[in-house]
Design a binder for this molecule. Structure first.
Ligand SMILES: NC(=O)c1ccc[n+]([C@@H]2O[C@H](COP(=O)([O-])OP(=O)(O)OC[C@H]3O[C@@H](n4cnc5c(N)ncnc54)[C@H](O)[C@@H]3O)[C@@H](O)[C@H]2O)c1
Length: 467
């Protein structure tokens, strides 16, 4: 099933293009077919080979052959004298026509017209740098000025911080998001920026865009959200990832997958190194996410090995910060929202299970270093500082309300006991490590939650700690 989906997506993306490409000559082919049809119905074609002699006589007569050869030589001379102008414009026009046609064909299903006009508008400035099917082969250093980057899930928590950073360094960013858990407000401050676009689109459907890099984040990340519709979650991870890999292959873009520490399941090895294969329940209530991400990693590596695609894989550990969904069931957002609302902090199980918490700007830094670097990964991106749930509750009490009560509840199924990244690989190969401690990062998040919970939106996007 996996293979057929894979090949479908691959075929789908190329089919989009080639149908578009074939689209122009098709009427001619139809006409000639009709003409041939009418010819054969009105007169029988001459037997094979009988017309060769008169044809040869015609070609040789009146120095026709000489004139034809002269014409060809002249055309070659003109072509050689103006190589760059003719080749680049014709190839880019042909490419734009193909892309435009493909986008129009695709348009009925989703963001249609917007896609084709954006493609036509954006492909032009890259002429000479982006070659259809080969952009990923151009060294990244040459493309530094104004990369075109897609961030799927860019209206979500992590994605919106990544978008901030990419725009700040001068890239053009297209956010592709169905707003399942993301919010327009997370990227609203970029409205009016000519380098920013947002497309409301579900990655489970294919999309055609001309870009240099794809950060693929689209997927609900909190248990509350991904368990809400598990089939949709696994479709997003499998079909959505296939679609984005197909797009990367088609346009030669570099592709980064945001995987998760959940691929380690309830780990039997501590801390977790990237070489550890994990301990995951394939049929549990979290499997739609855990196994979905594991499959997404598999697909990413198969495209890398099989299609020579430039890929990067990040395994993200618990991350917190401003713009997290309030009440999404993730422990940091839960505790912060509860303490602000003067509700008891709910601790599941005995509260001795551990997690590590990374501030979002550290993660974004790691993702960008990974994308720009030369290593495929997977890389653990997380903060190795390890806290029990009770210790985290204490930090929240210290930061927000020392009198906040703690309430114990039965633990949820398949909740891992320990989670702590070994980040030696990221340190060595990416030169990355987190800088912001929980005590420093938490107040930045609390400020944002306070604004959103109590309706003071004045500074909602001001203090994200990213700058
Ligand atoms: N935040 C963390 O602690 C953490 C940990 C591990 C992995 N990750 C990964 O990082 C990525 C981002 O996580 P986040 O915390 O920002 O989550 P989030 O829920 O805030 O963001 C996910 C975004 O993806 C969008 N999305 C979901 N399904 C989609 C679909 N089918 N088509 C298009 N858009 C879709 C959502 O609307 C949202 O904007 C996810 O892939 C997640 O698995 C996050």
């Amino acid at each position: 099933m996996m293979m057929s989906s894979s090949s479908m997506a691959g075929a789908g993306s190329s089919e989009l293009i080639y149908r578009g490409h074939d689209g122009a000559p098709q009427p001619l082919a139809d006409e000639s077919a009709t003409a041939a049809g009418s010819y054969s119905s009105s007169a029988k074609p001459p037997p094979h080979g009988t017309n060769k002699a008169p044809l040869l006589r015609y070609v040789m007569g009146e120095q026709r052959l000489l004139f034809a050869l002269l014409g060809m030589a002249l055309a070659s001379l003109v072509f050689l004298l103006a190589p760059s102008a003719s080749s680049s414009s014709s190839s880019s026009v042909a490419h734009l026509a193909a892309v435009g046609l493909a986008a129009r064909q695709y348009g009925g299903r989703s963001s249609g017209g917007a896609v084709s006009s954006r493609v036509a508008f954006e492909a032009e400035p890259r002429r000479g740098i982006l070659h259809p099917g080969g952009a990923g082969r151009v060294p990244l250093g040459l493309k530094r000025k104004g990369l075109r980057v897609v961030v799927t899930g860019g209206a979500g928590f992590v994605g919106s911080h990544l978008v901030d950073r990419l725009l700040a360094r001068g890239d053009s960013v297209i956010v592709v998001d169905n707003l399942f858990t993301g919010r327009k407000e997370n990227v609203l401050h970029h409205a009016g920026n000519p380098n920013f676009e947002m497309i409301r689109h579900d990655v489970v459907e294919p999309i055609l865009l001309e870009v240099d890099q794809i950060y693929h984040l689209a997927c609900p990340a909190s248990p509350v959200h991904y368990k809400h519709n598990p089939v949709k979650t696994i479709k997003t991870n499998v079909v959505g990832t296939l679609n984005m890999l197909g797009l990367a292959k088609r346009v030669g873009a570099r592709f980064l997958l945001t995987s998760t520490s959940e691929v380690y399941g309830d780990p039997l090895q501590h801390p977790q190194v990237e070489t550890y294969w994990g301990n995951v329940n394939p049929i549990g209530v979290r499997s739609c996410y855990d196994e979905g991400k594991r499959t997404a990693e598999t697909l990413t590596m198969d495209y890398h090995r099989g299609a020579n695609l430039e890929v990067r894989i990040a395994r993200i550990f618990n991350t917190y910060g401003p713009r997290m969904c309030i009440d999404d069931g993730r422990v940091v957002s839960n505790f912060v929202a509860q303490a602000l609302r003067k509700e008891p902090l709910t601790v599941y199980g005995d509260g001795k299970q551990t997690r590590s918490f990374q501030y979002v700007s550290d993660l974004v830094e790691g993702l960008m270093k990974l994308m720009e670097g030369e290593h495929v990964g997977p890389f653990n991106l997380g903060n190795p500082g390890e806290f029990t749930m009770l210790e985290l509750a204490k930090v929240v009490q210290d930061t927000i309300d020392p009198n906040a009560r703690i309430e114990f509840r039965p633990n949820t199924a398949d909740d891992p006991h320990k989670r702590k990244p070994d980040i030696s690989r990221a340190k060595d190969l990416l030169g990355w490590e987190p800088k912001i401690s929980l005590k420093k990062g938490l107040p930045l998040m609390v400020q944002d939650f306070r604004n959103r919970i109590f309706g003071d939106q004045k500074d909602a996007n001001a203090n994200t700690g990213d700058n």
